[in-house]
Design a protein around this ligand. Structure first.
Ligand SMILES: Nc1ncnc2c1ncn2[C@@H]1O[C@H](COP(=O)(O)OP(=O)(O)OP(=O)(O)O)[C@@H](O)[C@H]1O
Length: 626
């Protein structure tokens, strides 16, 4: 069972932040969106490097082009100034034509390197983040199931999508162009100072207030973005809940109520967006204002100074052009810094995930001490004095010992929550016993290679999971090439071939997401066919408790029989017909085995099994009488 609980300890418990509801704080923690790195962490950059390295050549080429482009951009206003100054010389016409041609060439070169520069940067970023995404996804496959119980699904999805996207965005939105911005800024400062240091200083006076203003506004914009992410997370969580629970919403006529709740969430999201737009627009307007003020100040001062020392027309043209270029990098630098921090925060969260040590090792290390292998050719599987808990301190199985000889059919019965499904999970080493040992064909499961162990089992779970594809591809799950003849044979053996062939599209009929276009009974039949297709030595069957129509019931019974033939079976049994058919029944109560024996023996004992049986029997009788 996967829980979506938020463990306050794991996430650093703290009271709800001021101005936020408890739910928002919990959601923010759940999605960990509040954590945005404040600085540049060399370790994180080093962690990203292995993913960047194969594409570094494109990145380096892009950076070279970027520097070249910055140089060319700064050169042009300077040349323009020189051109205007040439008016005062006698051969102005020739100089004008030459400079015009030169500026044209420079502009063309600048524009033509802009495309490969952006393209190569994005190419390197997209490839590196693609590799990282694939790496995280493969990493998830290697985790033990317990890890997925503890980690909310939404968080894992965010790691693979949003966090990797944040890194990609660093390249796509030109965060690394900050290097070009810096170079451009320094070049402009140098050229301005050399051209006319007094006019340059007038411009630079505006830098400290602009820098402070930009930093202040950026902080507000960053807060607004953080707020947007929390609100997006809230909206996603709500939509997820509402769409998954649509049947309940409609059945209980909660549409109006849900629409009102959604309006609130939508409004909060819209307001958060609004804030970021307001600050962004204000920043742009303020920068333009400062530019105009600087130009006016420079012109005014040039006028004042010209009374004694004339400022050339070319110098004024150069300064006006530089002032227009000057504040844009200052504005962009802080935005790019924020983007970089967000990318690094994403990377940090990904690396935290990749640090997880819950590896479901394909080939486990040596057996735990003292758990010697017992070779007994007659035993298929065995639990030997097993204790187990999902969460520390909450025992689920206590001193459980069960064994099944080869070909033997064992049924587990007991109240719901008694621990029957857990036994099956331990056999497959989806979880590991706390005490005692679990052996399959005499081998401790902790010693068995994962693939080999799981190949010994076919599992028909209570809730059958179907993948999008076709009926045939679902029956042949795990095989890349579907062996159609085997699929047909498997369906024939459980007597369900006609049922599926009758459907439009036959065995190639499309299976929708999670098999939603199949009934519970049909899904179970597909799972039985899957088991027969694999033909493993041990069958684990967790019977569905859901009520199904009598035709499907009959088919399922046939399927159970067919699937059990010639193999060892562990059945978590709910149906009387199945219980009677097995060799031995193991009765569970609160995680302990309380009785074991054949149906007749246990009935004669008149204990827990006899009571359970009577209860079911009377219910079945009543049902039949209806
Ligand atoms: N992944 C999990 N994490 C934490 N607790 C779990 C998990 N899976 C099951 N449990 C708990 O372990 C106990 C035993 O569950 P199990 O599924 O083995 O019961 P069961 O006997 O198969 O029940 P049912 O007949 O309803 O299928 C239950 O109390 C359940 O809440």
């Amino acid at each position: 069972m996967t829980t979506l609980s938020v463990d306050p300890k794991a996430n650093g418990a703290k009271a709800a932040a001021p101005g936020k509801t408890r739910a928002e704080t919990a959601l923010a923690r759940f999605h960990e969106e509040d954590r945005l790195g404040e600085g540049l962490d060399a370790n994180i950059l080093a962690g990203l490097w292995p993913f960047m390295r194969p594409h570094a050549k494109w990145l380096v080429l892009s950076l070279v082009l970027l520097l070249l482009g910055s140089g060319l951009a700064v050169l042009q206003p300077w040349l323009m100034g020189r051109t205007f100054d040439a008016f005062e010389h006698p051969d102005a016409a020739r100089t004008l034509m030459q400079m015009g041609a030169l500026i044209l060439v420079l502009k063309l070169v600048e524009q033509s390197i802009a495309f490969p520069q952006v393209y190569l940067m994005q190419l390197a970023g997209a490839r590196a983040s693609g590799d990282l995404r694939a790496h995280v996804f493969r990493f998830l496959h290697t985790r033990k199931l317990g890890f997925f119980d503890r980690t909310p699904v939404g968080r894992l999805v965010t790691r693979v999508t949003n966090d990797v996207d944040a890194i990609n965005e660093m390249f796509a939105s030109g965060t690394l162009n900050a290097i070009g911005d810096l170079v451009r800024l320094v070049l402009i400062i140098v050229v301005m100072l050399r051209r006319d240091w007094q006019l340059a200083l007038i411009t630079f006076v505006a830098v400290p207030p602009v820098a402070l203003g930009v930093m202040w506004t950026r902080r507000r914009i960053r807060d607004a973005f953080r707020e947007i992410r929390v609100k997006t997370a809230r909206m996603n969580a709500y939509l997820n809940e509402q769409i998954s629970g649509m049947a309940v919403v409609q059945a209980y006529a909660r549409e109006e109520q849900s629409a009102l709740e959604f309006d609130d969430i939508n409004e909060a999201y819209r307001q958060a967006n609004n804030r970021s737009i307001v600050f962004d627009a204000a920043l742009d307007a303020a920068i333009e204002l400062v530019q105009s003020l600087c130009i006016a100040a420079v012109l005014w001062y040039a006028g004042v100074r010209s009374l004694s020392d004339r400022v050339s027309f070319g110098t004024l043209v150069t300064f006006v052009a530089y002032i227009e270029m000057f504040f844009i990098p200052i504005r962009d630098l802080s935005a790019r810094m924020t983007q970089l921090q967000s990318a690094l925060a994403g990377a940090e969260r990904i690396f935290q995930l990749l640090d997880n040590k819950d590896e479901d090792a394909p080939v486990p290390a040596a057996a735990a001490e003292g758990q010697a292998e017992k070779k007994d050719d007659t035993i298929a599987f065995e639990l030997d004095h097993v204790d187990f808990e999902y969460k520390p301190g909450v025992p689920i199985l206590r001193d459980v010992s069960i064994h099944a000889g080869k070909g033997e059919k064992i049924a587990l019965v007991g109240a719901t929550g008694a621990g029957k499904t857990t036994v099956a999970s331990l056999l497959l080493r989806l979880y590991e016993a706390k005490q005692g040992s679990v052996r399959v064909f005499g081998r401790d499961v902790r010693n068995a290679p994962r693939d080999e162990l799981r190949k010994s089992f076919a599992v028909v779970p209570q809730e059958v999971f179907l993948f999008p594809g076709t009926i045939a591809s679902n029956i042949a799950a795990g095989d890349v090439e579907v062996d159609r003849a085997r699929v047909v044979r498997a369906l024939e053996r459980i007597g369900a071939l006609d049922l599926f062939e009758r459907r439009e599209g036959g065995l190639e009929a499309k299976v929708e997401e999670r098999g939603s276009n199949f009934s519970a009974g049909e899904r179970q039949l597909i799972a039985f066919a899957r088991a027969l297709y694999r033909d493993p030595p041990i069958l684990v069957l967790d019977e569905a408790t859901a009520n199904i129509d009598s035709d499907t019931e009959a088919r399922l019974q046939k399927a159970v029989w067919a699937a059990m033939q010639g193999r060892t079976a562990l059945i978590i049994a709910h149906r009387l017909s199945t219980i009677r058919a097995v060799d031995r029944i193991v009765v569970f109560h609160k995680g302990r085995v309380v009785e074991q024996g054949s149906h007749e023996t246990l009935l004669a004992q008149g204990g827990a099994y006899a009571r359970l049986y009577q209860l079911q029997f009377s219910r079945t009788e009543a049902h039949a009488a209806e």
